[in-house]
Design a protein around this ligand. Sequence first.
Ligand code: ADP
Ligand code: MG
Length: 238
Amino acid sequence: MARLSLRGIKKRFKTTDVLHGIDLEIGDREFVVFVGPSGCGKSTLLRLIAGLDPITEGTFTLNGKSMNDVPPSRRGIAMVFQSYALYPHMDVYENMAFGARLMGLTKAEIEARIDEAARMLRLEPYLKRKPRELSGGQRQRVAIARALVRKPEVFLLDEPLSNLDAALRSDVRLEIARLHRQIGGTMIYVTHDQVEAMTLADKIVVMNQGRIEQVGSPRELYETPANTFVATFIGSPR
Ligand code: ADP
Ligand code: MG
């Protein structure tokens, strides 16, 4: 079970206000996609949810418990970055094991989890390879598998496809959709690509300049956009 509640979330960097009061409820097992133009605050919001940056004002609760003072490693939340952020000197197996060791799992438990994650993301043939010996799509699957090994309740994915070429993008997108069906966790996914948003989301959150413009199903946004910004953003080709 993973329900997230964001209440009045604000973020300020020095003198710049980046998020101006975000209110949002996310249900258990929901696939929520944040969309919005570059610089509108999507990555910042994910980093606050992950605990990588402190919230300036407001509260974030997970299953009713405030996360404001809970460190990232104890939130049950894993983040996948656009740039993969793999450890270059470690092979795929070690990349997947590293975070799990920090969680204090036994060697046997780590092995079992890596086997499972490698199978789900079809990485068994590559466990001994270094990241530089993999394609972009394989690297991103390793980054997703590494998050999966931690068995998080919540997955945060920040533009996970944007470094991939078009063919790989649709492969990895299908992989992510399949993963969500199989593990049933709550997924929060950031993209600036409307096609990704429309095909993956149960619920789309349209952001603009640090504010939420509209929240709704893909169909609701398409059929009844709240304003011109949403209509233009959802309706325009990328
Ligand atoms: P998005 O992911 O939607 O493209 P970001 O969340 O990365 O947007 O950035 C939102 C705004 O916050 C941008 O104007 C960006 O320059 C600013 N910003 C992000 N991180 C920092 C930081 N560490 N210090 C100062 N400003 C930042
Ligand atoms: Mg971003």
